[in-house]
Design a protein around this ligand. Structure first.
Ligand code: MTE
Ligand code: MO
Length: 349
């Protein structure tokens, strides 16, 4: 069993797939703390977790097929340490070396290259590593805050989350935040990985597995605006407080866009209520809002109602807003499906 040496996981994680491991953090835990603790942080692996001895760890940096340097863990720690808070499904602070610092001595001209590829130490049965890539303009932009992280919430990164080094590409789909980083390649081509070219792309709702052409859709980079209700949970019985129900959740948008407003309704959109409290990273600079926003609201409920459906939508700094229904955006991989989150709750007076 190639998964026999995977780490032990926290028992609260809702297991969507055991091998490779995919486990979700329960909703109510998400809004309990601004930084999600590492042991209950969402885990998404596509392959067995590699076993890496920090003494042997090496990161190779190449321009196309030409290896430019090989650095070890101590070399990476010598670069200035930089900390950012960013959401990759859950929210954590990550510390490490800036990608721009590590690449600086290569003197790369942005106009000569198109992509920066990342490869992991995790291998499929035929020996092909997990991989992904990002555009060169993003990789070389110091404001993109990309780091080669060695700490998560101030501690060494746990095995499941990329020990000892992972790429943190804030504002971008999780898939490009390559864990167990083995290699960085400056290239004119996107990563050849299946996860870059044959997965993590969006399609029109009627495209099916017979008609899909992965080569025609760009790889997902920045994520669309989204939000979710964490409490109450579906079907929960909620006691009214001064005629209102308390609702809490998170919201997030890709590309560093700040969440500016959260709208909620309990009457299918006839009347909307605005969340009064929004907590985000107060140190985030303009256009670099990588963390999620936790929000809370109290919604007035009609006296005759015993049951309501709460809907939430978030608005980001570009006034992007979530679409109303999943039907019109659904696609065969189920990705990017950022329609309103709806939760049915029972009301107790
Ligand atoms: N990196 C490697 N090497 N292998 C992987 O399977 N999964 C990716 C990404 N990086 C993956 C990877 C995906 S799809 C996601 S959503 C994030 O890691 C999940 O990061 P997490 O498990 O720390 O939450
Ligand atoms: Mo993912």
């Amino acid at each position: 069993d190639p998964y026999a040496n995977d780490p032990k996981r926290h028992k609260v994680l809702k297991v969507n797939g055991p091998k490779p491991f995919c486990g979700e953090t329960p909703g109510p835990l998400l809004c309990e703390s601004f930084l999600t603790p590492a042991d209950t942080f969402y885990v998404r692996n596509h392959l067995p977790v590699p076993e890496i001895d920090i003494k042997d760890y090496e990161l190779e940096i190449a321009i196309e097929d030409d290896t430019k340097k090989v650095i070890n863990f101590e070399n990476i720690k010598k670069y200035p340490k930089y900390t950012i808070t960013t959401a990759i499904m859950c929210n954590a602070s990550w510390s490490g070396a800036r990608l721009t610092d590590v690449l600086a001595d290569l003197k790369i001209n942005e106009d000569d290259w198109k992509h920066v590829q990342f490869e992991g130490y995790d291998l499929d049965p035929s020996g092909v590593p997990y991989g992904g890539s990002i555009p060169i303009s993003r990789a070389l932009d110091p404001r993109a805050d990309i780091i080669l992280a060695y700490e998560m919430n101030g501690e060494p990164i746990p095995r499941d989350h990329g020990y000892p080094i992972r790429a943190i590409v804030p504002g971008v789909v999780g898939a490009r935040n390559v864990k167990w980083l083995a290699k960085i390649v400056i290239s004119n081509e996107e990563s050849r990985s299946q996860f870059q070219r044959g997965d993590y792309k969006g399609f029109s709702p009627s495209v099916d597995w017979d008609t899909v052409d992965f080569s025609k859709s760009p790889a997902i980079l920045d994520m669309p605006v989204t939000s979710a209700i964490c409490t109450p949970t579906p079907g929960e019985i909620v006691k009214l407080k001064d005629g209102k129900i308390p609702v809490k959740g998170y919201a997030w948008s890709g590309g560093g866009k700040k969440i500016i407003r959260i709208d909620l309704t309990v009457d299918q959109g006839k009347t909307w209520h605005v969340a009064h409290q929004l907590i985000d990273d107060e140190n985030a600079k303009e256009g670099r809002h990588w963390s999620w926003t936790l929000w809370s609201a109290e919604i007035p409920i009609d006296v005759d109602k015993n049951e309501v459906e709460v809907w939430v939508k978030a608005v980001d700094a570009s006034y992007n807003v979530q679409p109303e229904s999943f039907e019109n955006i659904w696609n065969l991989r189920g990705l990017l499906c950022n329609a309103y989150h709806r939760v049915n709750v029972k009301v107790k007076k």
